[in-house]
Design a protein around this ligand. Structure first.
Ligand SMILES: *Cc1c(COP(=O)(O)O)cnc(C)c1O
Length: 370
C-alpha cells in the first residue's frame, strides 16, 4: 500500500493471542476531539476510569490507574517499584511471561529464585511451599493466565502461602482480566497489571494496574530511587491522584477515551455474564475443533476459555494453513511460542472476539481447507 493512499486495512477476525476485535463504540470514542491532559474534563475522565477499574479488578485499592504503555510496561512498573537492588524475589515460570518477569527481576538487581512447572501445566503450590522454606522473598510473582500455553493458574492457595511467608503477591492478569474471574481484594493480590488489547477489547497500548496499601507503603519507603524515571510511581501517582494533579507525561488522550468506553461496555454486560459468554464460546469451539481432530494441550480444569491452545493434527502444515486462514478468510489465529512453535495454535476468544459467529466462521473455514 503506497503511502500516498489513505490507510485501508483488511477487516480481520482477530482470534489470536491479542489484540482482539474492538467494539465500534470504542473506535468512535477514539475519534472524540482532544482535550488537554490537564483539562478539568480530562481529570474527570481519569477519575471515572479509576472507579471503573476498581469495579473490574474487584478492589478498593486507592492506587488503581493505567500506565501509559502496553502490558509489558505494567509488568515492569510492578517489579521496578517494589524491588530494590539486593532484594529477594521469587518468580513462578510455566511459559513466556513468567520468564519475562524473571528477566526484569534480574535487571532490578534483585536476587531471583524460580519455581517451574512444565509448559501447559499450572504451578504446583507444594513446589512453591518448598521453595519458600529455602528463601524469604519480598515478592512472589506469578501469571494468572499464561497466554503462551493457555493455562489458568488458581491463585487462592498460592496467595495464602505467599502471605504466610511474609511476601507480597504480584500477578500478571493481562489475559485473565475481564475474561475469567479475578478478585484482587479477596485473593490478597498486592500488585497487579493487565493490558487493554485482550479480554477488555480496547486497542493495545495501555496497562491498567492496582496496588494494595502494603505495596504503596513499600514504594513510598524505598531507600533507593526507582531506576526507571518514566515508571517511577512516586511521581506518576501525583498525576493520577491527589489534589495537585501535576504534569508527569502527556497522557495518551485518545487511548484513554477508548479505555473508558471499553470499561463501560464491560460493566454494561456485567462481569458474571461476560465470564459466562467466554466459557460458552470456548465450549462451542472445543466441540468443533475436536471433531476436526485437534486436541487441547491443557487439562480441562486449567483451561483458559479465552486462549485455546490446541495441538495440530498429524500432517497439518502450521504456517501454510494459518496463512490461508488470514489471506483467504481474514481470520487470524496465533502460532505456538517458544518450545511450542510449529506444534500448537493459540486460538483467542477474547472480549469482542468471543462470539459464536466468529467460532463458526473459523470452524467452517477449517473444514473447507482441511
Ligand atoms: C500479552 C501479554 C503480556 C504483554 O503485554 P503487551 O501489551 O504485549 O506488552 C504480558 N503477559 C501476558 C500474560 C500477556 O498475555
Amino acid at each position: 500500500m503506497p503511502y500516498q493512499q489513505e490507510l485501508n486495512t483488511s477487516s480481520r477476525v482477530l482470534m489470536g493471542p491479542g489484540p482482539s476485535n474492538v467494539h465500534p463504540r470504542v473506535l468512535k470514542a477514539m475519534a472524540t476531539p482532544l482535550v488537554g491532559h490537564l483539562d478539568p474534563e480530562f481529570i474527570a475522565i481519569m477519575d471515572e476510569i479509576k472507579e471503573m477499574l476498581q469495579l473490574t479488578f474487584q478492589t478498593q485499592n486507592q492506587l488503581t490507574f493505567t500506565v501509559s504503555a502496553p502490558g509489558s510496561a505494567g509488568m515492569e512498573t510492578c517489579l521496578v517499584n517494589l524491588l530494590e537492588p539486593g532484594d529477594e524475589a521469587l518468580v513462578c515460570i510455566n511459559g513466556v511471561f513468567g520468564s519475562r518477569m524473571a528477566d526484569i527481576v534480574g535487571r532490578c538487581g534483585a536476587r531471583l529464585t524460580q519455581v517451574h512447572a512444565p509448559w501447559g501445566e499450572p504451578i504446583n503450590p507444594q513446589l512453591l511451599k518448598d521453595a519458600l522454606e529455602t528463601c524469604s522473598p519480598k515478592i512472589v510473582a506469578i501469571v494468572h493466565a499464561e497466554t503462551s500455553t493457555g493455562v489458568l493458574q488458581p491463585l487462592e492457595e498460592i496467595s495464602k502461602l505467599v502471605h504466610d511467608a511474609g511476601a507480597m503477591l504480584v500477578v500478571d492478569a493481562v489475559t485473565s482480566f475481564c475474561g475469567v474471574d479475578l478478585k484482587v481484594d479477596d485473593w490478597g493480590i498486592d500488585a497487579i497489571y493487565t493490558g487493554t488489547q485482550k479480554c477488555l477489547s480496547a486497542p493495545p497500548g495501555l496497562s491498567p494496574v492496582s496496588f494494595s496499601q502494603k505495596a504503596v507503603e513499600t514504594i513510598l519507603n524505598r531507600k533507593s530511587k526507582v531506576q526507571s524515571w518514566f515508571l517511577d510511581l512516586s511521581m506518576v501517582m501525583n498525576y493520577w491522584s491527589g489534589a495537585k494533579r501535576a504534569y508527569h507525561h502527556t497522557a495518551p488522550v485518545s487511548a484513554i477515551y477508548a479505555l473508558r468506553e471499553s470499561l463501560r461496555l464491560v460493566l454494561e454486560e456485567g462481569l458474571e455474564a461476560r465470564f459466562k459468554r467466554h466459557k460458552a464460546n470456548h465450549e462451542l469451539l472445543k466441540t468443533g475443533l475436536e471433531e476436526l481432530g485437534f486436541e487441547f494441550l491443557v487439562k480441562p480444569e486449567y483451561r483458559l476459555p479465552q486462549l485455546n491452545a490446541v495441538k495440530l493434527p498429524e500432517g497439518l502444515n502450521d504456517a501454510e494453513i494459518r496463512g490461508r486462514l488470514l489471506h483467504e478468510y481474514n481470520i487470524e489465529v496465533g502460532a505456538g511460542l517458544g518450545e511450542f512453535a510449529g506444534k500448537i495454535w493459540r486460538i483467542g476468544l477474547m472480549g469482542e472476539s468471543s462470539q459464536p459467529n466468529f467460532v463458526n466462521s473459523l470452524l467452517s473455514a477449517l473444514k473447507t481447507i482441511l
